[in-house]
Ligand binder design. Sequence first.
Ligand code: NAD
Length: 420
Amino acid sequence: MATIEWRSPASEMAVQQFDMAAAKLGLDANVAARLRRPDRAMIVSIPTRMDDGKVHVFTGYRVQHNDVLGPFKGGIRYHPEVNLGEVSALAMWMTWKCSLVGLPLGGAKGGVACDPAELSRQELQSMTRRYTAEILNFIGPEVDVPAPDMGTNEQVMAWIMDTYSQHKGHAVPEIVTGKPVAIGGTLGRREATGRGVVYMIIEAAKHLGIDLSSCTTAVQGFGNVGSVVAKELAAIGVKVIAVSDRSGGFYDAQGLPVERLLEEAADNNHSLEGCSYGEKITNQELLELNCDILVPAALEMQITKDNAARLQCRILAEGANGPTTLDADAVLKEKNVFLIPDVLANAGGVVVSYFEWVQDLQNFFWTEEEVNKKLRDILVKAFHEVLNMSQKQKVDMRLAALMIGIDRVARAMLWRGLYA
Ligand code: NAD
């Protein structure tokens, strides 16, 4: 961002998006200067005893972008390419996302550069516990509440909760969200992000006058987000013609049997490798398939100026964070693709994380129906706010969403003033 340490393609993209929204809002220059960079960025060394007895030192990060609206909130990513710039971009997007959907939370993100698929359960546990210990003084139920992201899951959250609790001397379930229900997690959290993406696709289809039961979809990424999107879209009659993960993609114009794919993946360490349905395609080919709804649900910067012109979808629903570059946005606007931007499309995860935190703080738990209804109400309201802003200001849905999110944060900053 402003200085070299947290510069990366993703953080530059996040700052450029911010600058565009700030210019359109006529944002106070002092506020803008502050919001272009994070509050705090940590790099930690994580010595971990591997199964062969050697110690490997992993690098971990926690970036806290802004907490003017409330405690920092954001996931933890385990992926080989995690770096400070990527985590900084993701933290900034969390600030706008929480603000957009009206949560009393700020934005943060964490990550460890590692390949979780290459680690044994014991190695993963040791690394997670040491990472937690390294950032322990900077997180807390009223300070910064982590959650799952790519490469992490409810088991990783359980280890973080246990490590934090052991240090405090008592159980502190409200330290993380996305935990197993047995230790204070909420019903509906695991499915929340994918379910939210589907709620937003339903609203977009209503707005565009599209009948979803005659639609096709292609989903990139078959993890927590992508697999739920595929399953829930199939359940409402959308034909899922392609899915993919890091091992590649599978395509069938007649539709893939999503439930059976899920069972196969579950038996194969959650991988699609060797999948017995459809024909094999690459992740790039998947993005360019002729389909009505395209859902990137894996990594950043998948849709770029090089492939945007070849996309054939009518709706692009960003399950992943930052899957589309700025120059690709311009091409998609020309092509009249209806964009549901990441900060709106995948906000279901943080909304239900917020519900989990609230339930933990009150020690009073809700039914899954209550969780889903409250989630839907919040997201549908946000969708129409973004649509109205986009129509009123004649900007695309991404700029509209960022303008709403950034404006609320900026107003809160001006109320609180500058402590010096
Ligand atoms: P996950 O680890 O559960 O699944 C990630 C999937 O992407 C896996 O199927 C993996 O094989 C695949 N993948 C990895 N590298 C790939 C590549 N190079 N090409 C194609 N596929 C690849 O992660 P997730 O939680 O589903 O997160 C996916 C995206 O959604 C990320 O961008 C994340 O930031 C975003 N997101 C997640 C949540 C959440 O609640 N989990 C919330 C909001 C946004």
